[in-house]
Design a protein around this ligand. Structure first.
Ligand SMILES: Cc1cc2nc3c(=O)[nH]c(=O)nc-3n(C[C@H](O)[C@H](O)[C@H](O)COP(=O)(O)O)c2cc1C
Ligand code: SF4
Length: 495
């Protein structure tokens, strides 16, 4: 995991917790409109993949209980994890790629809403991603997978040699020398594993993305509509297909890359098809990056431009994240795939407690504020969701009253304590368990293990009906919180 050089250790801050009356009057607990739907309060649990589905990508009882537990805290909205729109095996990642998924997703919506006493709106994040493979063994790659080209022969001065001899020469080269013989793409394939880029126009299935993605997203959105979701979040963030179209590194030459206007073309076409495919009562928005946080990537200026265009197109909300790219990911071990949260951009996405002078809390607030100002200046009121290290009431309230965002997103804090919202609203903020931003949960995500939080996953393991991780060592959801009400008893005096 990448850490800033300064290595300054931070702890979450309690700040001031409001009493029940103050909470009631606060901005955090006021309702907010999201296009056709209204959130009961300005709080939002952003998408988090917990690896609870099965190899078929179905809604399992573990998926349901994970989200029911969040719903018991009664936040304004829960966004169900990144859910695949293509009907292809994707490991235990939830899928919405065929009508056979509708019933399971409908059950999820019903149970999550019931668990929140119908107070929480339920959205789903829908995602497309390109192929990424594990880092290969060096000898196997050079002897079997690498395609030998005339460039290799010239650089090796190996004219007249057979393919087997050329491969043997490559195997015997030092890594430094090999870097000179292979092109950048081939070297990356060897050092990090093969992955597809949206700029691979030589691959027919990549060239045709602009003609297939609008329908794939629209069909998935229509299933979400049938399953009863209140809203759809298009995943235009991090390391995945749509973010790669928005990226300044997208130099496609077919009208969908190059200038900002061309890079946003497909994301807008996808949105328009999705909007047409679902009923007007459903909110549709997207999650995108305030900054890719990589060399030559899109920056805050690009994000302001995108936000205005998305607002103009009629999106009902804009949720902001940052970073989380493959471009600067750490080299994976042989046999493992690159993980997009291991470089500096990954740190910006999920900042941990060891940080720099700024610290891990609220790194996305100023960018979100600039994006919100750009949207407002263009005459739109599209609500902006901001997340990243927000954990206490003061941060949340200040963000809103200083008009820097419209909705407060808390991902890891909600995982650390799903009852944050109910505790704070009822004047019990002192009982909140604060996220320590150690990223233990992210480490589990990286290994595709069932994600849990270190603050509660070993607690009361012998409780009846506790569902445990595959190895039986961790509970899968946080223990229940029971609100203890202290009755005010009028004291009787005899005289
Ligand atoms: C385990 C885990 C899984 C995540 N999965 C997703 C995801 O599916 N989609 C997404 O947009 N962000 C995902 N994120 C990023 C979070 O939504 C959020 O942007 C990030 O954790 C920063 O916010 P926080 O500081 O409130 O946690 C994930 C984060 C974690 C810790
Ligand atoms: S494991 Fe828990 S405390 Fe640690 S970062 Fe994740 S949510 Fe926060």
């Amino acid at each position: 995991m990448w850490k800033p050089e300064q290595r300054i250790r931070y702890q979450p801050i309690d700040g001031h917790w409001p009493d029940e009356e103050q909470a009631k009057r606060s901005a955090v607990f006021k309702a907010v409109d999201l296009g056709p739907i209204t959130l009961d309060q300005k709080t939002w649990i952003p998408a988090m993949v917990p690896w609870r589905s099965n190899e078929e990508g179905e809604v399992t009882e573990d998926v349901i209980q994970w989200y029911e537990r969040f719903a018991q805290g009664q936040p304004g909205a829960i966004v169900i994890e990144a859910t695949g729109i293509r009907d292809i095996p994707s490991g235990p990642l939830l899928r919405i790629s065929h009508d056979r998924y509708i019933n399971g997703l409908n059950e999820l919506v019903k149970r999550v809403k019931a668990a929140s006493d119908n107070k929480t709106k339920v959205l789903i994040q829908i995602i497309d991603f390109l192929t990424i493979k594990r880092r290969p063994n060096r000898d196997v790659f050079l002897s079997r997978f690498l395609t030998i080209t005339p460039d290799h022969i010239t650089r090796l001065n190996a004219q007249g040699l057979g393919e087997g001899e050329i491969r043997q020469q490559l195997i015997e080269l030092s890594d430094d020398h090999l870097r000179d013989v292979l092109n950048e793409r081939e070297y990356n394939q060897l050092s990090h594993g093969y992955r597809e880029y949206v700029t691979d126009l030589n691959l027919p299935h990549i060239a045709e993305l602009p003609s297939v993605l609008p329908d794939l997203f629209a069909n998935a959105a229509s299933r979400a509509d049938k399953a009863g979701f209140d809203g759809i979040e298009l995943h235009y963030a991090h390391a995945y297909t749509m973010a790669s179209f928005l990226s300044a590194k997208n130099n496609r030459t077919d009208g969908y890359g190059g200038s900002r206007e061309q890079r946003i073309k497909l994301p807008l076409e996808v949105f328009n098809r999705v909007r047409e495919a679902v009923s007007p009562s459903i909110a549709v928005g997207c999650r995108f990056l305030s900054d890719e946080c990589i060399d030559s990537g899109s920056d805050l200026n690009d994000a302001c431009y995108y936000a205005v265009e998305f607002a103009k197109a009629g999106m009902d909300f804009l949720s902001l994240s940052r970073g989380g790219k493959f471009d600067d990911a750490k080299q994976p071990k042989v046999g493992s795939a690159a993980y997009p949260y291991t470089g500096r951009s990954g740190y910006e996405c999920m900042p941990g407690h060891i940080s720099d002078d700024f610290g891990p809390f609220g790194r996305n607030i100023e960018p979100a504020s600039a994006i919100r100002n750009a949207v407002k200046a263009a005459g739109y009121t599209t609500p902006i969701v901001c997340a990243g290290g927000i954990h206490n009431f003061d941060q949340a309230e200040t963000l809103l009253i200083e008009d820097k965002a419209d909705i407060v997103g808390m991902a890891r804090q909600a995982m650390a304590d799903p009852d944050w919202f109910r505790k704070v609203k009822s004047g019990n903020g002192q009982q909140v368990k604060l996220c320590e931003y150690t990223n233990y949960c992210e480490g589990l995500d990286q290994k595709h293990k069932q994600v849990t939080c270190q603050l509660w996953d070993r607690e009361a393991l012998d409780e009846a009906d506790v569902r445990k991780s595959h190895d039986g060592k961790r509970r899968l959801v946080a223990p229940a919180w029971t609100q203890k009400t202290v009755k005010k008893v009028a004291l009787k005096h005899d005289n």
